[in-house]
Design a protein around this ligand. Structure first.
Ligand SMILES: [Zn+2]
Length: 319
C-alpha cells in the first residue's frame, strides 16, 4: 500500500539523516516520493564524489570526460560514464516532519520547536507533556541528561524516535513514553496522523484503522484506500462513511436515492451531498479525498434517481 510505503520512507530518511540517491531507491520508494509531495526535496549530493551508477555500492570521484560529460571513478568498477540524473538524490524536509508531528499531537502553536543538538528536538508540549523527537534511541541512551533539560514537574515525557535494532523491552524508565515512529504515526492526506492504540475494532486482523476490509473500505467505512489517490488512505467524515456503508450494503444493486439516504440515516436529498467541498476547502486533500472516492466508486443514473456501487457487487472484477 502506497501510504504505508510513503511513511516507511519518511522514517528511513529521518533515521538516516542524509540524502539518498534516487538510483539507490526501490521502485516502491520512488513512487512513495511522488506521493509525499513537499515532504521530499530533490537535492544533488556532493559534487566531488558520487555513488557509482554501475554497482551502486561504492562512491567514486567525479572527473570530467573531456567532452563536456562526467565520469565516476569507482574503486571497484573503474571509470563509469555519469548520466545527468545519476547524482540526483532526495532528502526529507525535516521542517515538514516536525511541523506535521506537532499538528498530529496537537501541540500548542505558541510553543516553538527547540533544537537540542545532534538530532534531538523538543517539539513542544502536548497536554502539558514535553515531546521530544530524536533521530535515534541510542542518542538518548548516550545522554539521558537531555531529559532533565525539558522535564516539567509532575508531567511525563514523550519521545518520538525510529525503532532501534538493538532494542529489547521498553527503552526508557517509567515516566518516559516512547512512541515508535514507524508504528504510532502514519502518512495520510498530505499530513501525519497519530495512531492511538486501542481504537482499532477488535476481532479483526487489522494493523491499521484504514486496512481495507470491505473492498477498498476499512471495517467501519471511514477510510478508503485507492491507487488513484496519491495522498494515502482517505479519511471520511461520519456522514460520508454512512453513505458509503449504505451503498456497500446494497451489493452493487441500483437503488433509489431515497432508500440510500434512508439507510444512511440522513436528511440530505442526494448521496453526494455530504461529499461536496466548500469553496474554502477546495484543493485540500483531506476534503477532496472523500469526493474523489465518491466519484470513483459511486455510479448514478441521475434521471431515474438511481445509485449503485459496482465494487460492492459479489461479481465485481477489477479492471
Ligand atoms: Zn562501482
Amino acid at each position: 500500500m502506497s501510504a504505508h510505503e510513503a511513511w516507511s520512507l519518511v522514517c528511513r530518511l529521518f533515521a538516516g539523516g542524509t540524502p539518498v540517491f534516487r538510483g539507490a531507491m526501490s521502485p516502491a520508494e520512488i513512487r512513495a516520493c511522488s506521493s509525499l509531495g513537499p515532504a521530499i526535496k530533490p537535492t544533488v549530493v556532493n559534487r566531488t564524489f558520487t555513488l557509482c551508477p554501475y554497482c551502486q555500492l561504492r562512491n567514486g570521484q567525479i572527473f570530467g570526460d573531456g567532452q563536456g560529460g562526467q565520469i565516476c571513478q569507482c574503486p571497484d568498477c573503474g571509470p563509469i560514464a555519469l548520466a545527468a540524473d545519476d547524482r540526483s538524490a532526495v532528502m526529507l524536509d525535516e521542517g515538514w516532519l516536525r511541523s506535521k508531528l506537532r499538528i498530529a499531537l496537537e501541540i500548542e502553536s505558541r510553543d516553538g520547536v527547540t533544537d537540542l543538538g545532534d538530532g534531538v528536538w523538543r517539539l513542544g508540549e502536548a497536554r502539558r507533556e514535553p515531546v521530544l523527537l530524536s533521530r535515534s534511541l541510542t542518542r538518548l541512551w548516550a545522554e539521558p541528561a537531555v531529559f532533565d533539560r525539558i522535564r516539567v514537574p509532575g508531567a511525563g515525557i514523550r519521545v518520538i524516535a525510529p525503532r532501534a535494532a538493538q532494542l529489547r523491552g521498553a527503552p526508557f524508565a517509567t515516566g518516559i513514553e516512547w512512541l515508535a515512529m514507524e508504528e504510532r504515526f502514519a502518512f495520510y492526506g498530505g499530513g501525519i496522523s497519530f495512531l492511538q492504540p486501542g481504537i482499532q475494532p477488535t476481532g479483526i486482523e487489522s494493523d491499521s484503522p484504514w486496512t481495507p476490509v470491505h473492498g477498498p473500505f476499512s471495517v467501519d467505512h471511514k477510510w478508503v484506500t485507492l491507487d488513484s489517490w496519491p495522498h494515502g488512505p482517505i479519511r471520511c467524515t461520519d456522514r460520508q462513511a454512512e453513505v458509503f456503508k449504505a451503498l456497500w450494503s446494497f451489493k452493487g444493486v441500483e437503488m433509489h436515492r431515497d432508500r440510500v439516504m434512508q439507510r444512511a440515516n440522513q436528511e440530505g436529498r442526494k448521496p453526494i451531498d455530504p461529499f461536496k467541498v466548500k469553496d474554502r476547502d477546495k484543493g485540500k486533500p483531506e476534503h477532496e479525498g472523500p469526493l474523489h472516492a465518491y466519484r470513483e466508486l459511486v455510479h448514478a443514473r441521475q434521471r431515474d434517481g438511481l445509485y449503485w456501487m459496482p465494487r460492492a457487487s459479489p461479481n465485481f472484477v477489477s479492471a
